[in-house]
Write a protein that binds this ligand. Structure first.
Ligand code: NAD
Length: 370
């Protein structure tokens, strides 16, 4: 058996025995985790206690290599709630004004930034200056320039910067990457990525250019941008794009509703993708080569992910993505482990350069070379 396949089976086997979590639709039975772990544990402070932070925190209950050690929030009531739920001492609780003081707190190794996109730049750079490793949610920044500044700041502070690309650890996704690398699809020729949903409340930060950095592309289209890269295993050399808008009130200037984009790759492979805040049931990746195909549908939701290839269904058991992500990120930060698909700040800057180019292509109506 191929060693990567063994790795994936070992990974899911070690995780499927942990107690399961209320937020996930899990396909495997629950059970106690009796496997002892004596290695180092990543002590994480979560910044921004909103919807996704709660999902991450609940998934981290099943982690052995990472634990919640602190919080950063502007809302005292949320801090009290999290202190109760995760047994966080007063000395590890901060707000957005005083979290720089973490520099004096040896009980926190890393800060996980889960605030609105437009705030990531400031929050990541300050966490790095406080001497903490940083995990930042996607999109890491609102453009490549800001992203590069964050990478540089973390290098200067001698801390690691990782991005919450949870699909980079997802077993079915990794199995397709293994098959592609082994030549099982032959020469890969085409990728299709469909990423979208109908967004609700028009007053939310996701529809505010300042806080979101854009619209659907920043929030959900980024899955197809990132996905075309890891599914094809190459970096694009050009993009074209077309934007359509049916509701210019809900989607103001600078907040994209729907963008179709295409990309070309050095091997000759091409990609065609859709990013939208105005259509549901769009979470599908499709890859085709001269000898076979792979499909993920859903491809990037919270799971279970469904995958099949020309050889049949992929059948890894589902584990909360955030549990696997945090176990693996602990190993990356504390043990120097190299992930199969990178999750560092440089990886995020590559996505942001492509997103910058997609916006430019849509605006100018021209092919943009990368
Ligand atoms: P959310 O609105 O539920 O939570 C955002 C949190 O940031 C809230 O607790 C809010 O109080 C806090 N906040 C701090 N300053 C704020 C300000 N000035 N304005 C508004 N809120 C402020 O959003 P979310 O869904 O948790 O998203 C947070 C981040 O996580 C985003 O970058 C998003 O793209 C990312 N995310 C990633 C995934 C994933 O699957 N990887 C899923 C959802 C969200």
């Amino acid at each position: 058996m191929n060693s990567r396949r063994q790795f994936l089976q070992k990974l899911t086997a070690s995780l499927i025995t942990v107690p399961f979590l209320p937020l996930e639709d899990l396909s495997a039975p629950a059970g106690p985790d009796n496997t002892p772990y004596a290695g180092p544990v990543l002590r994480v402070a979560i910044m921004g206690l909103g919807g996704y932070a709660n999902r991450v925190a609940e998934a981290m209950r099943a982690c052995k290599k990472a634990k919640i050690a602190g919080v950063v929030s502007g809302t005292p009531a949320k801090i009290t709630d999290w202190q109760t739920r995760f047994r966080i001492p007063d000395k590890n609780c901060y707000n957005y004004t005083n979290f720089d003081k973490m520099i004096d707190n040896p009980d926190i190794d890393a800060v996980y930034v889960i605030t609105p996109n437009g705030l990531h730049h400031d929050h990541v750079i300050r966490a790095a200056k406080a001497g903490k490793h940083v995990i930042c949610e996607k999109p890491m920044a609102v453009n490549a320039k800001e992203g590069q500044e964050m990478v540089d700041a973390c290098k200067k502070a001698n801390v690691q910067l990782l991005v919450g690309y949870r699909m980079h650890f997802e077993p079915k996704t990794l199995e397709i990457i293994r098959m592609r690398n082994a030549g099982e699809f032959g020469k890969v020729q085409f990728f299709q990525g469909l990423s979208g949903f109908v967004i609700g409340d028009p007053t939310q930060w996701r529809l505010n250019k300042q806080l979101a950095g854009g619209g659907a592309m920043m929030d959900i289209g980024i899955y197809s941008v990132n996905g075309m890269r890891y599914m094809l295993g190459e970096e694009p050399i050009w993009v074209t794009a077309e934007e359509t808008k049916t509701d210019p009130v809900k989607f103001a200037v600078g907040v994209d509703e729907t963008i179709q984009f295409q990309a070309g790759f050095p091997s000759g492979a091409i990609a065609s993708c859709l990013s939208t805040y105005n259509m549901n049931f769009l979470d599908r990746f499709f890859l085709t080569g001269e000898k076979g195909f792979a499909e993920l549908n859903p491809a990037t939701g919270y799971g279970p992910i469904l995958g099949r290839t020309n050889k049949g269904e992929l059948s890894f058991l589902h584990v909360a993505h955030q549990t696997i992500q945090m176990e693996e990120m602990s190993d990356i930060i504390l043990k120097g482990k190299q992930p199969i698909v990178p999750v560092n700040g440089e990886e995020a800057v590559k996505d942001l350069k492509i997103i910058d180019a997609i916006y430019k292509a849509a605006k100018e109506g021209k092919k943009i070379l990368l």
